[in-house]
Design a protein around this ligand. Structure first.
Ligand code: VGL
Ligand code: ZN
Length: 213
């Protein structure tokens, strides 16, 4: 028996597979596009799939362009703590914010948009970066009896990381499908992600573990 066989209480959370996070996009994750066929295949194994979509208003606080004199990838202090500044990306309604055209998961049950408050960034699909404002995802999962959350997508060391961590914090089981993610890796963020996962109890698996199940 393989405990990874997806069942009725399992959900695949597909994080931010959007044009801007793929090569050619405004905040391209190296080789981000490579995971799309694998994510499509994985999604076929799940009865329940949710997609997240980074979805910022123009002039968002996380954009370096909103802070005169600041450059992308610098860190600043904002009301809720440190915030990395990014190039303008995933602006609501733009082509960059759209899902990759080759993402093919028609049976996805939920599209969860995040990062729409101008003054708060949101890496996690559960809590915004103030770590207090909720997106509603915990309630949705609990109401639907979904307890085990598998994660795939972009970026491994930001939105996947914080979503997985928060899933655990909210009492769900979190399992990251490592080769179905790609990272940005700034300032040791990939290493930090592995450390946090070990501490929080986030499990990492390879897609093969699940596809062979
Ligand atoms: C993300 C940086 C800014 C992500 C989103 O999807 O990991 N990273 N916005
Ligand atoms: Zn963003």
């Amino acid at each position: 028996m393989n405990d990874l066989i997806p069942g009725e209480q399992d959900l695949l959370l597909v994080v931010d597979i959007q044009n801007d996070f793929c090569p050619g996009g405004a905040l391209a994750v190296p080789r981000g596009d490579e995971i799309v066929p694998l994510v499509n295949r994985l999604a076929g194994r799940f009865a329940h799939v949710a997609l997240t979509q980074d979805w910022h208003p123009k002039g968002h606080l996380s954009f370096a362009s909103s802070h005169p004199g600041k450059q992308p990838y610098e860190t600043i202090e904002v009301a809720y703590g440190s915030q990395v500044l990014w190039p303008d990306h995933c602006v609501q309604g733009t082509r960059g914010a759209a899902f990759r055209a080759d993402l093919a998961i028609p049976h996805a049950e939920l599209v969860l948009r995040k990062g729409y408050h101008r003054e708060i960034d949101s890496y996690s699909a559960f809590f915004e970066n103030d770590r207090k404002t909720r997106t509603g995802l915990s309630g949705y999962l609990a109401e639907r009896g979904l307890h085990r959350i598998f994660l795939a997508g972009l970026a491994f060391d930001f939105c996947v990381r914080y979503s997985a961590e928060d899933a655990c914090r909210q009492g769900f089981e979190a399992i990251v499908i490592e080769d179905a993610c790609r990272g940005i890796d700034i300032g040791g963020s990939v290493k930090a992600t592995y450390e946090v996962f070990a501490k929080a109890g986030v499990r990492c698996i390879a897609s093969g573990d699940l596809l062979a199940a």
